[in-house]
Write a protein that binds this ligand. Structure first.
Ligand code: HT7
Ligand code: ZN
Length: 874
């Protein structure tokens, strides 16, 4: 019954301890025979009927301990199997169902992607294969026998270890896989198809020899080497940093082209959206390489945080997702530059999660109610979930954090656990009361923290007055103060870090923790005014306002020992300026000019050699969406765009020499390498090229065109194309045409081409998108294609999605209603692009509301889309 509430949790009445599956693969009529060992749960309701989940299922046969059940003894519906009076003791239930993988456009359960049979069972997909208590607290040992036509599916894969293969005659064969680790049904997977692969091996620290295999469609196996390398590095890192060792004889990854999300951590058999597996210098950008590394690591790390220790119920989703994102972020930080990774993660958090938290779809990291669980795979659960773990680490310090983590991994191995279980390990390890910390899981919304500094030269003190506020969010009208750790430093005018001394002369480590609405912290030893650097490393996921002056921010941009805050100071400078300039434009005045900002950016450029990847981040201005979020209400995207474009033009005009020097200083040397250092050099060169060309002069665009034609890797080629795409005219159309000509048969590269066009900030873009969408050569039934074109438009093209005439909103609604019947998860995700509609100025707000009402009034909607539209309007 929906909605589902956390407070209604009760243990299952029946549990399944063993699952023997026989799956006979057929494109349209796959037969599934599930032999289940079932028993009453000792804590379940004593006389409860047996009630298993189903979804669009078709029961063919049912026996209990080998005997056919009388028709009156059970009820089989597409979404439920009920046995009225099941035996009290353990029994064997054999269920035969038929499913049609070819017709499965939802991509949940068993489906076909380019002829390959594959499965997606998280969150509630196993019930589309057989009737089952499809909930994460029912753990069973699975054995899967797959039978198929040899020519159609020479490769047959399942969870666990391969125990048997054989010939069935008539061109058919079989494979049996056994997974000894009890697991929930959402981690079940099988694959059958004609696939190519690459192999390697990994010896674990205790000496287990693990076969590693990555599968792809034929012809693409040459693109799998980087993913394999990332996998081996992930396996070693998890042993070294978290003490987690792999536990089967084989680990497999299969790349498929039709996939609802990024990837899936099925036990021993990860299934991936091919965009997060395949890369070659000519096909993938540096960003793609970084994403592949992170997603490969993320899914592998789930083997412990998610699989060995799973979730008791779906409210605990952040238990595995927040923690695993935290772990993959740490992995990438160790593989690359920690500061640059932190900046990239915070950018993503602010863009996605802060936006979610500020609108009608806000929800706690651990929600307490849902209508459709698929709609809770959100930035809040994933990205804020990871931030909350980081907060815990800052509060406890690395040593106590590690003790707590070790305790969690040891104590809950084999469990379906809760957030309470997780936090109890840290409370026990540290001896601290983490009651207030728990609010990070329960209260939605982004805390706002304001900081004022007061210098008293006579007393030699510098005091901080800090307030925190958490505004109401849907379902949470009142809030309690949070525990907020703020890493900070006080810097003298000479750039030297000063010790943090309290009034009684005690030395404070570099973190203060807020626990109440207001605090005053007094520091001594400051006869001259120090400059405050606060929330260093983004120690807490808050919206921070300070009374730092423009001069202070300029100073911090140069002298802060914390690289994250050097970056943040430049962003704050730029953001304050852009908000003021937007207001001027909205009043009908000219865009503003900021000498200090240009000076700061010039200084950053001149210092680019210190850390090229950092400089690239420092020179990347806040996006239009970032500025809109900072403004917060009555947003006019056109004014924001005009202010931002004017600033880009000023930088282009005034820092031309510095930009050219940077461009030539970081020109590519030697053959392409995807490592962080080489990627950093490409990043700064391409950011410099973009700013240099931003004034649109012919000679500069001609140089970009030359670089587009001469590039020897996708990063540089695509960066040049993206610059050309911003300037209307034949040059743009020629470059887009040449790119298509070269890569038109490569779907993942077509996605880049589609996304780029969807982002063009011109009124003609909507028609361009409609034309592309009607192109029969592009398969928009594939989620990646649709997201690349329509998702990019709605999520990134601020001025065109939010057109004042409402046509952008109307277009998205048309697509959502059309896609909903085929793939409701993808449709619901597209619709969430309306998450910030209330922050728009009244004209756009009214049109967005009308568009949402049109969705709400549509004759038939999936539960996924209904949930998003109702919460968006609520
Ligand atoms: N745990 C995986 C989530 C996922 C998923 C959820 C709903 C529908 C389809 C899905 N595919 C993958 C991915 C992860 O976070 O690791
Ligand atoms: Zn995950």
């Amino acid at each position: 019954a929906r909605p589902v509430k956390l407070s209604d949790y009760h243990v299952p009445d029946h549990r399944v301890t063993n699952v023997d599956l026989l799956v006979t693969l057929h494109p349209t009529a796959t037969r599934v025979v599930a032999k289940l060992t079932v028993e009453r749960h000792p804590k379940g309701r004593p006389a409860a009927p047996l009630a298993f989940d189903g979804d669009e299922l078709n029961l063919v046969a049912l026996t209990l301990d080998g005997a056919v059940l009388a028709a009156s003894a059970y009820e089989a519906m597409p979404d439920r199997l009920v046995i009225h009076l099941p035996p009290a003791g353990p029994f064997t239930l054999t269920i035969e169902t038929m499913v049609n993988p070819e017709a499965n456009t939802q991509l949940m359960g068993l489906y076909r992607s380019s002829g390959t049979w594959c499965t997606q069972c998280e969150a509630e997909g196993f019930r589309r294969i057989t009737y089952f208590p499809d909930r994460p607290d029912v753990l069973a040992v699975y054995t899967t026998r797959i039978e198929a036509d040899k020519a159609e599916a020479p490769v047959l894969l399942g969870n666990g270890n391969l125990v048997e293969t054989g010939d069935l005659g008539n061109g058919r064969h079989y494979a049996v896989w056994h997974d000894p680790h009890p697991k929930p049904s959402y981690l079940f997977a099988l694959v059958g198809g004609d696939l190519a692969s690459t192999s390697d091996r990994f010896v674990t620290r205790s000496g287990r020899d693990v076969a590693l295999r990555i599968y792809s469609e034929h012809g693409k196996e040459g693109r799998l080497a980087y993913a394999m390398d990332a996998l081996k590095r992930s396996m070693r890192w998890d042993e070294e940093v978290f003490g987690c060792e792999y536990d089967l004889d084989i680990f497999m990854i299969v790349a498929v082209s039709d996939f609802n999300m990024g990837a899936m951590e099925n036990k021993g058999l990860n299934i991936f959206n091919d965009k997060y597996v395949m890369a070659l210098p000519d096909t993938a950008t540096d960003q793609d390489y970084a994403h592949i590394e992170a997603v490969i690591a993320h899914e592998y790390f789930h083997n412990w945080t998610g699989n060995r220790i799973t979730c008791r119920d779906w409210f605990q989703l952040c238990l595995k997702e927040g923690l695993t994102v935290f772990r993959d972020q740490e992995f990438s930080s160790d593989m690359r530059s920690r500061a640059v990774k932190r900046i990239a993660d915070v950018r993503l958090l602010k863009a996605q999660q802060f936006a979610e938290d500020a609108g009608p779809l806000a929800h706690p990291v651990r929600p307490e109610l849902y209508n459709e669980i698929n709609n809770f795979y959100t930035a809040t659960v994933y990205e804020k979930g990871a931030e909350v773990i980081r907060v815990l680490k800052v509060l406890l310090g690395p040593a106590e954090f590690k003790t707590g983590m070790d305790l969690y991994l040891a104590r809950h191995d084999g469990d379906a656990a809760t957030i309470e279980d997780f936090i109890a390990c840290f409370a026990e390890a540290s001896g601290r009361d983490l009651g207030q910390f728990f609010l990070w899981y329960r209260q939605s919304g982004t805390p706002e923290v304001s900081v004022e500094g007061h210098h008293d030269p006579k007393a030699g003190t510098f005091s901080l007055d800090i307030r925190q506020t958490l505004h109401p969010t849907p379902g949470q009208p009142t809030k309690q103060p949070m525990v907020i750790p703020l890493a900070l430093g006080l810097i003298g005018p000479d750039g030297a870090e000063r010790p943090l001394l309290t009034e009684d002369g005690q030395s404070v480590p570099g973190v203060v923790a807020l626990t109440a609405s207001r605090h005053r912290f007094v520091f001594t030893g400051h006869t001259t005014r120090p400059i405050l650097s606060i929330n260093r490393g983004f120690s807490a996921p808050i919206r921070l306002t300070t009374d730092l002056t423009e001069a202070d921010l300029q100073f911090l941009a140069r002298h802060d020992g914390d690289a994250y805050n050097r970056w943040q100071s430049i962003q704050t400078l730029a953001s304050r300026f852009l908000i003021a300039s937007t207001a001027a434009i909205a009043r009908g005045d000219a865009a503003l000019v900021s000498v200090p900002l240009i000076e700061t950016l010039g200084a950053v450029l001149n210092d680019a050699g210190r850390d090229p990847a950092f400089t690239a981040q420092a020179l990347s201005l806040p996006s239009e969406a970032d500025i809109a979020r900072e403004i917060g209400s009555e947003v006019d995207p056109d004014a924001i765009q005009a202010a931002r474009l004017a600033l880009r033009r000023t930088i282009s005009d005034q820092l031309g020499d510095e930009l050219v020097a940077t461009l030539s200083g970081f020109a590519a040397k030697g053959p392409f390498a995807p490592d962080a250092a080489a990627a950093g050099r490409r990043a700064i060169a391409n950011v410099a090229l973009d700013l240099w060309a931003a004034n649109g002069t012919e000679s500069r665009l001609a140089e970009v065109e030359r670089r587009f034609a001469g590039a020897d890797n996708m990063t540089d080629r695509f960066a040049a194309l993206a610059i050309l795409a911003q300037h209307a005219g034949t040059r743009r159309e020629a470059a887009l045409g040449a790119f298509y000509e070269r890569y038109g048969s490569d779907p993942l590269i077509i996605d880049k081409w589609l996304a780029l066009q969807a982002g063009i900030a011109e009124p003609a873009t909507l028609d361009r998108i409609k034309t592309l969408l009607a192109n029969p050569a592009i398969n928009f039934g594939n989620p990646n294609r649709l997201r690349a074109l329509v998702g990019s438009f709605a999520m990134t093209n601020q001025t065109q999605f939010n057109r004042p005439d409402g046509l952008g909103y109307g277009f998205l609604v048309d697509v959502v209603l059309d896609v909903d019947a085929k793939n409701s998860q993808v449709a619901a995700r597209l619709l969430s692009a309306f998450r910030s509609w209330r922050a728009m100025e009244p004209g756009r707000r009214g049109r967005a509301q009308a568009a949402l009402i049109r969705v709400a009034n549509a004759p038939s909607l999936s539960p996924d889309v209904r949930d998003i539209v109702e919460r968006s309007l609520g």
